[in-house]
Ligand binder design. Sequence first.
Ligand code: PAF
Length: 273
Amino acid sequence: MKIIKDIQELKQELKLTSESIGFVPTMGALHEGHISLIKQARDENELVVVSIFVNPTQFLQGEDFSSYPSKDLADTKICELAKVDILFMPDTNTIYKKDELSVKAPQKRSYILEGFGRPGHFDGVLQIVLKLFNIVRPTNAYFGKKDAQQLSLIKQMVSDLFMDINIIECEIIRDDDGLALSSRNTYLGSDEKKLALNIVKSLRVATQEVMTGTQDIEKIKKSMEIVLKDMDIEYIEILSRDFKKLENIELKNSIILVAIRVGTTRLIDNIWI
Ligand code: PAF
């Protein structure tokens, strides 16, 4: 595996290949969720590139940018074992210049849910993903369904900007108890982790209701609120897969989304119905 920090060096390396490039962009602190994206990229492409870059522009003032878990040594080992070809680990000043042109996420879809309390977050996500796509020029890029809104906005960017990249949607990976894997889970104490399991419980209750024929969105949200009672709920929402309002559940076109604060840790999860 080659570890590259320099953009020109990476581009030079990639120029030599005429093969399909699978790309997994990450912010490091890799876990089984990332590993499953890398495995899928490995299965479906000749060359696999993983990037690790904790992107400052997607964090708001006061968020956990400076304390975001950093595990470069372990991450490098994980990538080696997963047979990654190139690990791209640029520095911030390689990626960002002063007073540079910036990307604006679409207003309606990026200032709800994850973007509501974090204005500008998705501008930063799209800015870095666009830069990384332009550097790596992947055939296929792999993103987890856990960050469903991010995934949907990246798909929109690729479509709106006529980019020739396949965005591959990958399933959420959960631990044995059902908690969706996230780099931020490392912040949870054991009591907090127990509490956090109510998130997946609430999604299971919602799924059960849909399976038994309930289509009424408000009714499903109420049942989820009961499971999540006494918890610091940021939102429970049921939207179409392209993040539009729904009258009723539409099978194969709905996502049930939850964001909860457990202590100081913000956790999100969802299920695609
Ligand atoms: O999902 C993430 O880890 C990040 O938002 C991404 C896509 C790597 C951009 O920084």
